[in-house]
Design a protein around this ligand. Structure first.
Ligand SMILES: Cc1cc2nc3c(=O)[nH]c(=O)nc-3n(C[C@H](O)[C@H](O)[C@H](O)COP(=O)(O)OP(=O)(O)OC[C@H]3O[C@@H](n4cnc5c(N)ncnc54)[C@H](O)[C@@H]3O)c2cc1C
Length: 462
């Protein structure tokens, strides 16, 4: 990516010259051809960022007859869309349903819940429509209580969601976890929602790229945008191959956003690291030994949550938020911490080797909710970002809905996503705020797997 664009983390986080060594990249099969832009271009809409958000917008714009070019600084699937956990799930905010209802009213909160569930359905529909071999997993998402008190909070959250018209979750008491294949030393019950399913995220992304190409979208990889300025009633998008002149621009750069592209975005995003490890395939006996055999997507109720699921080929995927530096040595330490948490939560698999580990950037905003809409004060400029670690479904639906909004219609974006995000207070200190928030959350969450891990006991000493 252009080194002169200011971003929040170390340069290594933005090195688009190589793909992360992820399980997904090792198993996705060949990527669609996506050569860099070769020269100046004039188009209807330019989309910056070829993740799920940008591609969904491009496909929907092309379906409406719009000429579209999608520009990405990296190779196919370089961003979070090619390296996430593959949870097709509700989300897009860190606000509770109750907080959203309080801020926006019941009707908008209901519309937002409907949007979240429609987002999951949208991914399923795109997979079916475009015949994407996405390695779809079983339906449903399990939230495991990490303490007895958390079980009460899960039940309250499930009731709040049901009140707003969401699909009800089923509460599973601790004593019934083993029968559901959800046992673990630190699990005290669960809320099981039928909404959501797992996918191979990079296969999905490749499928979206192929669908965009088939719809006539111009895709340019290894094409970093260096600048953006209004020109002739539209926008001039600067690249090394020359300018792209477009009537409209959608910025869909999420956790990899630069602080100046456009300047309005400065201080409104907080990219956060998330790290994943994938084991070698577990034998059926190993799966049974842990008592955790259910293949639905799962996560725990910690603020600094862990997310995990069995993959179709028997491997186990385990991910967690955390880490304050993207320097290679710091990332290696964060991945070691992820391994320590994995061993604490699933002690039966202590001897099971990690086959691949990698990290990437998700994105929070100053309003704790995602944004999809026009950039204030900049006619023809739009942005969609801030999926709060759950953008696979939310970014896909919001990207698609942005097409209508960008062409002057009603995009059907619910109020919580339409409100431009606030700036973080004292934006240069965002990583310091994050350090404090992680420390507080780690203390409140307590030990992992019912006992201190190398990391938690170390933190306790600090
Ligand atoms: C490790 C990890 C695990 C996750 N797990 C899940 C999960 O299981 N489920 C879920 O729903 N969400 C998950 N997320 C979040 C999810 O991956 C993201 O919310 C989603 O992929 C965002 O999609 P996007 O298209 O908005 O952005 P991205 O996929 O990040 O794409 C942004 C693109 O913008 C490009 N870009 C940036 N700047 C420029 C520029 N100047 N010029 C050109 N291109 C540029 C980048 O190269 C990048 O490809 C996870 C994230 C991470 C990091």
């Amino acid at each position: 990516m252009p080194p002169h664009l200011p971003r929040l983390y170390e340069a290594a986080a933005y090195d688009t010259s190589r793909l992360p060594a992820s399980h997904w990249h090792a198993t996705a099969g060949p990527a669609p051809a996506c050569p860099p832009l070769a020269g100046p271009l004039r188009t209807g809409t330019a989309v910056i960022g070829a993740g799920v958000t940008g591609l969904a917008a491009a496909i929907a714009l092309a379906a409406r007859g719009e000429a579209v070019a999608v520009l990405d600084a990296g190779p196919p699937g370089w961003g979070a869309s090619g390296r996430n956990g593959g949870f097709v799930c509700v989300g897009g905010t860190k606000l509770s349903d109750t907080a959203i209802a309080r801020r926006f009213g019941d009707a908008e909160a209901r519309a937002f819940v409907r949007f979240q569930e429609a987002a999951v359905a949208e991914v399923a529909a795109l997979i079916a429509t475009h015949g994407i071999a996405a390695e779809t997993g079983p339906a449903g998402e399990v939230c495991l209580a990490h303490s007895p008190a958390a079980m009460g909070r899960l039940a309250a959250a499930a009731a709040a969601r049901a009140r707003l018209g969401g699909t009800p979750a089923r509460m599973v008491p601790a004593a019934a976890l083993a029968a559901e294949g959800l046992a673990g030393p630190g699990f005290f019950g669960a809320a099981v929602s039928p909404v959501g399913f797992g996918i191979h995220p990079l296969r999905f992304l490749h499928g979206m790229m192929r669908a965009a190409l088939a719809a006539g979208v111009r895709l340019a990889c290894m094409t970093a945008v260096r600048g953006l300025a209004p020109e002739g009633g539209g926008w001039r998008v600067e690249t090394a191959a020359g300018p792209v002149l477009a009537r409209r621009v959608l910025v869909a750069t999420n956790g990899y956003s630069a602080e100046t592209l456009p300047p309005w975005i400065a201080g409104r995003t907080l990219p956060v690291l998330s790290s994943i490890l994938v084991t070698r395939p577990l034998t059926p006996a190993e799966r049974a030994a842990a008592g955790f055999t259910d293949a639905r997507m799962a996560f725990d109720s910690r603020t600094l949550l862990h997310y995990f699921r069995h993959l179709p080929d028997g491997r186990f995927l385990f991910g967690m938020r955390g880490g304050l530096s993207a320097a290679p040595s710091a990332l290696a330490r964060t991945q070691e911490r992820a391994r320590a948490h994995f061993e604490a939560m699933f002690p039966a698999w202590r001897e099971v080797e990690t086959a691949a580990a990698w990290s990437g950037l998700a994105c929070l905003t100053g309003s704790l909710a995602a944004f999809a809409g026009p950039v204030p004060g900049a006619a023809g400029l739009f942005a969609a970002f801030g999926w709060h670690g759950s953008g696979v479904a939310m970014g896909t639906l919001a990207g698609g809905r942005m097409a209508a909004a960008m062409l002057g219609g009603d995009g059907g974006i619910p109020a919580p996503l339409a409100a431009p995000p606030r700036r973080f207070p004292l934006p240069p200190l965002r990583r310091a705020w994050l350090a404090a928030a992680y420390l507080a959350a780690g203390l409140a969450d307590g030990p992992v797997g019912g006992r201190p891990t190398r990391e938690t006991s170390h933190n306790a000493l600090k």
